[in-house]
Design a binder for this molecule. Sequence first.
Ligand code: UDP
Ligand code: MG
Length: 331
Amino acid sequence: MEEEIMTQNTESVSAPDISVVVPLYNEEESLPELEAWIERVMQANGFTYEIIFVNDGSSDSSWHVIKDLAARNPAVHGISFRRNYGKSPALNTGFAKAKGRVVITMDADLQDSPDEIPELYRMIVDERFDLVSGYKQKRYDPLSKTIPTKLFNATARRVSGIKNLHDFNCGLKAYRREVVKHIEVYGDMHRYIPYLAKLAGFSRIGEKVVQHRARKYGKTKFGLDRFVNGYLDLATLWFTGKFGGKPMHFFGLMGSLMFLLGFIAAAIVGTVKLYRMYHGLSYTLVTDSPYFYLALTMMILGSQFFLAGFIGELVARNSPRRNDYEIDETI
Ligand code: UDP
Ligand code: MG
């Protein structure tokens, strides 16, 4: 007991006010400018801080630049992946290392402004938000990106039920430390961090209009496939969030409904034939009716859904995390 209190105390003494986590892939030109700017803002506001650069397998000299920056400024830390994994794995790794009371993520390309940091920090600490997402109200991106982005955000708002967010995928976000320690950002899920946070039980999610700047150096790392993958990931999160622990409730219902509809349709086709035959009327073979084939397909698909439900339950039951819950407090 005593030991626990001591470690908690030493941690709170050594933890900086802010951890800035920066995922980057081939951004060598921007890094010195970004680091100097963050340092300036932190000093002007008297924050203690650390910057964690996560080099996502850059093939340019980004990692050397980071090493030079770390040699000059002890607040700079770095993690370097051996190959390019993607922005989500980079963020996840940075989150694991972050010690600050408030964790701020920003892109390395100078599109996000470090001048937003003090206000974001204040919103987390004073207004007690769990997560504050930036909102690039005025964007400096091509139309081919801004229009699909609007659609994407409208869908994300609907599916996630987080109605007050306009810009889920903004790289500039602030979190209370507990949030980043309790979510797992994998695949391309960085687009839905607010949804991940909500699924983990952090529901005080706010938004702040932030300045957006045109990319100064280098080029964007994401193409139009971001929208296709974005929708697929949203479907996955919706499904796992709702039915992850009880897949039969989804597949069982769908399967039963389909099977039942198919069964009723097949029964009607068969009964009509028997009735007409019995009364000496003209009749056609069951297999001549298109409804028969539709009914058959429905019954087969229905059973398949049901079986998928059983398999899903077997997988869920064997998951070591099936009884992992987010416990807020115990006394
Ligand atoms: N990024 C990364 N790994 C990747 C792709 C991108 O760490 O595989 C970083 C990138 O260096 C930048 C941030 O993620 O710091 C956002 O990327 P980008 O600016 O290309 O995205 P956009 O602003 O066009 O949405
Ligand atoms: Mg960018």
